[in-house]
Design a protein around this ligand. Structure first.
Ligand code: PMP
Length: 393
């Protein structure tokens, strides 16, 4: 009896499916008829397979690989976000960020979100409708900040340099004098072009012209020196998935002015962030900067031996965490990145925004910044240069 009813229900629905374009596909309708009235969407068969995560060496501009200690911290059982132990962990995170940023700002915390969320939070808190925001654009991150500021109703003024170049104090002073901005946005580690922006003297200059200094250090924190208080940076933010080797989803930020909010944070990501900051504190900032510098110089040497050209001309302006290489003549950058991924399970990437088609990018961040990994990527690149030349196609 039950089967007969189900069968006729199926026929009625099938007829309805022919007559009405708004009904779901026949396979769903059959499933619905078989499994009861409420399920229009069947359980996906792919979810009956085990989770598949390949083992890869992530040498792009982030995320970088996560060391076992941090993976283990993120895999711990959850606790409530208002439990006293969570407050303790958040206080520890705050101390870790204050150390990494070299700041004593009380308003120092982790945003529950990616680097973009921190960028948004920073601009949202610093910019009011109609304010002049001066953005130093020498890659995609300045472009992004200009976009967000425009959406916030700011009067956005841009100082534009080609990717690969940085801003001098003179450039900045001209911009400040001309536009009298409420906020100056600048990127410390331009990961799309591999440029390290000098920051000394910038804060003092901004304050002389009545502007706040807002700095993006997503790709540089822990890899290159930054001193928030000594350099008079008003708002500084970073990301978790670069030198800190923490899964994406939390972003350190610090304000020299007051602002407060409350929400449910990603508890386990905070466990991971706490461990990432603990590793950095144990290692010491100076050692971390030194390690990034040494390994990137070792990489640069190897690249040059392969006949490859570095994109950033001045050595002082080369970002130690992300190296950009000029795409060699006669090669397709995409073919090289695909070759490394398919044959060696190594990720390196092409350019981003204004550097697309111009560069290849290799990241060496935190746990991934080792001579062993440099040798691996150089070996893979040498092979790629032999196999990917267009004349071979
Ligand atoms: N700023 C810089 C300099 C970055 O390198 C990145 C990420 N590559 C971001 C901002 C954005 O961070 P996220 O991808 O975590 O949103």
């Amino acid at each position: 009896m039950r089967r007969a009813v189900m069968g006729s229900a199926s026929l009625v629905l099938r007829a309805a499916a022919w007559s009405s374009p708004r009904l779901p596909p026949l396979s769903f309708i059959r499933h619905r008829a078989m499994s009861g009235p409420n399920l229009w969407v069947p359980p996906p068969t792919v979810l009956q397979q085990p989770l598949a995560v390949p083992d890869r060496l992530l040498l792009g501009p982030g995320p970088s690989n996560v060391p076992p200690r941090i993976l283990a911290a993120g895999g711990r059982q959850l606790i409530g976000h208002v439990h006293k132990e969570m407050f303790q962990i958040m206080d520890e995170i705050k101390l870790g960020i204050q150390y990494a940023f070299q700041t004593q700002n009380p308003l120092t915390l982790a945003i529950s979100g990616s680097g973009h969320c921190a960028m948004e939070a920073a601009l949202m808190n610093a910019v009011e409708r109609g304010d002049v925001v001066l953005v130093a654009v020498n890659g995609i991150w300045g472009e992004r900040a200009a976009d967000i500021s425009e959406r916030l109703g700011a009067d956005v003024q841009q100082m534009v340099k080609s990717p690969g170049e940085y801003f001098t104090l003179k450039d900045i002073e001209q911009g400040l004098a001309q536009h009298k901005p409420a906020v100056l946005f600048i990127t410390h580690g331009e990961s799309s072009s591999g440029v390290l922006q000098p920051l000394d003297g910038l804060g003092e200059l901004c304050h002389r012209y009545g502007s706040l200094l807002l700095v993006d250090s997503v790709a540089s924190l822990g890899g290159a020196p930054i001193f928030m208080d000594q350099q008079e940076i008003d708002i500084l933010y970073s990301g978790s998935q670069k030198v800190l080797n923490v899964p994406p989803g939390t972003a350190p930020i610090s304000f020299s002015e007051r602002a407060r909010y409350h929400h449910t944070p990603p508890v386990n990501n905070f466990f991971s962030l706490r461990e990432g900051l603990a590793i950095l504190a144990e290692q010491g900032l100076e050692n971390s900067w030194k390690l990034h510098k040494e390994n990137c110089l070792y990489l640069h040497e190897g690249l040059q031996k392969l006949g490859l050209k570095l994109f950033v001309k001045e050595e002082v302006a080369r970002l130690p965490t992300v190296t950009t290489i000029v795409v060699p003549e006669g090669y397709d950058w995409k073919e090289i990145t695909e070759f490394l991924m398919n044959k060696y399970a190594i990720e390196i990437t092409g350019g981003l925004g204004p550097s697309v088609g111009k560069v290849l990018r290799i990241g060496l961040m935190g746990y991934n910044s080792t001579k062993f990994n440099v040798n691996r990527v150089l070996h893979a690149l040498k092979d790629a240069l032999q196999h990917c030349h267009k004349s071979k196609m």
